[in-house]
Design a binder for this molecule. Structure first.
Ligand SMILES: [Zn+2]
Length: 276
């Protein structure tokens, strides 16, 4: 029997066109300028919203992702002050991540350098401010050889690797690195939301406390704001870690690969053909 039903709806929609920009910096490689190692973070946040209990309306995005951008800028500064690496380094401050990875997706559709010549992308999105840690959280286990680079760099810092505690949140598919991963570029995401860290002061329990407090209360809200009691020792560890991994890739002939189990390995194989 055919079901007879009708439905009509009316929803007023306001459409506004907004122009926004990605900002990309570059240090040209001394020996292999056409091969790139890229860093990324997003500069947008949620902007103005409903007032909170204290009457605050601005959602500054201090940890998400001003901290990530600050780390990226310091990494760039350190590279710029030292001997120029052999491969080109790119530093991207993406726009509109919070609107669905729009800035990085735009770049991925209009790349400045062919994706097949991008060795890797390192994305910093949301760092923690609870202090130094004993481990690193690996997001996207089983995806690519980047996890070995992460483990080795972590070990050199005296840290161990903890696989992400909340794979069900799908963070590997939710930040700007994903726009490049889809095009076959091996990626590494540093994001404090993927699982509790083992804090030097207070261990995993203190890490869990920070994580549940931040995600439950301040994530994308007005209280994701700088505070004088922040301890950025852990964020500095992440910046050092990503500097080391980028420096290794920028001064080697390494081309990290996706693991055969990854859905992205086929894309890279196809695009690597054009590199040869
Ligand atoms: Zn966010």
């Amino acid at each position: 029997m055919a079901l007879k039903a009708t439905f009509s709806a009316n929803a007023p929609v306001e459409l506004a066109r907004i122009t926004s920009h990605n900002v990309i910096g570059k240090l040209t490689g001394s020996k292999y300028p056409n091969e790139t190692v890229s860093y990324g973070g997003h500069w947008d946040a949620y902007g103005i919203g409903p007032a909170d209990a204290q009457g605050r309306t601005i959602r500054p995005g201090a940890a998400d992702d001003a901290l990530g951008l600050a780390a990226m800028i310091e990494i760039a500064r350190k590279f710029a002050a030292g001997p120029r690496p052999e491969r080109t380094l790119l530093f991207a401050a993406w726009t509109s991540e919070e609107r669905g990875l729009l800035g990085s997706e735009y770049y991925a559709q209009h790349p400045l350098y062919p994706h097949e010549t991008m060795v890797a992308n390192l994305t910093l999105d949301t760092l923690q401010f609870a202090g130094p840690v004993k481990d690193v959280v690996l997001i996207g286990k089983g995806q690519s050889e980047m996890e070995q680079l992460l483990a080795q760099a972590a070990q050199a810092q005296g840290r161990y690797v903890t696989p992400e505690g909340h794979p069900e949140r799908g963070l590997f598919y939710r930040a700007d690195h994903f726009s490049l991963a889809k095009r076959g570029v091996p990626v590494l995401l540093d994001m404090a939301l993927a699982g509790a860290y083992d804090l030097q002061d207070g261990g995993r329990e203190a890490g869990e406390r920070w994580l549940s407090e931040f995600t439950g209360k301040c994530y994308h809200q007005t209280c994701d704001a700088w505070s004088p009691d922040w301890n950025l020792g852990g964020a500095v560890q992440e910046a050092d870690l990503f500097y080391d991994i980028g420096a290794r890739l920028a001064n080697s002939r390494e081309w990290p690969k996706w693991l055969p189990s990854s859905e992205f390995s086929k894309v890279r194989e196809a695009s690597a053909e054009t590199r040869r």
